[in-house]
Ligand binder design. Structure first.
Ligand SMILES: [Zn+2]
Length: 147
């Protein structure tokens, strides 16, 4: 995962807090970045396994309040949960895309027609002639051309 980055000492307990909240919400989520910027804010990057993650900017005031104030804590939790559920959605979409892509490979061309030089798909009728593969529909054309 990400390389640990330096952070100022004050950020330590806040970083721990965010990590704990994150772990509660989604045990396999990871806090990959915790930066003391922009001013008065922290930039937090959380990622699910196999994802680059997305940054979330949290107000320093809110995070500090979250350590002592249950309402602020709930707000931070909600922000993290929203971010996580967006990431889960995009991960699910990505997986669906990958599944479609791998199916496309299976259904993709199985060869190139020796006559029209277009791809031959698995559903096409094919003829094999002198160890060459062609669309069945292309064969009469080849015969017309003498060959
Ligand atoms: Zn063909």
């Amino acid at each position: 995962m990400g390389t640990p980055r330096p952070f100022d000492r004050d950020a330590g307990p806040l970083q721990v807090l965010v990590r704990e909240l994150l772990h509660d919400l989604q045990p396999d989520a990871d806090l990959v970045e915790f930066l003391d910027s922009p001013p008065e804010h922290y930039t937090v990057r959380i990622a699910l396994p196999g994802q680059l993650g997305k940054t979330l900017i949290l107000s320093r005031r809110l995070l500090e309040a979250a350590r002592v104030n249950p309402v602020a804590l709930r707000s931070v939790r909600l922000l993290l949960r929203t971010e996580l559920s967006q990431q889960q959605t995009s991960r699910a979409l990505e997986r669906a895309r990958e599944a479609r892509a791998s199916r496309a490979v299976i259904e993709g061309p199985i060869g190139i027609c020796d006559i029209c030089e277009k791809p031959i798909r698995i559903h096409d009728r094919v003829v094999v002639r002198q160890a060459r593969v062609a669309h069945a529909r292309c064969l009469p054309r080849a015969l017309d051309a003498g060959g």
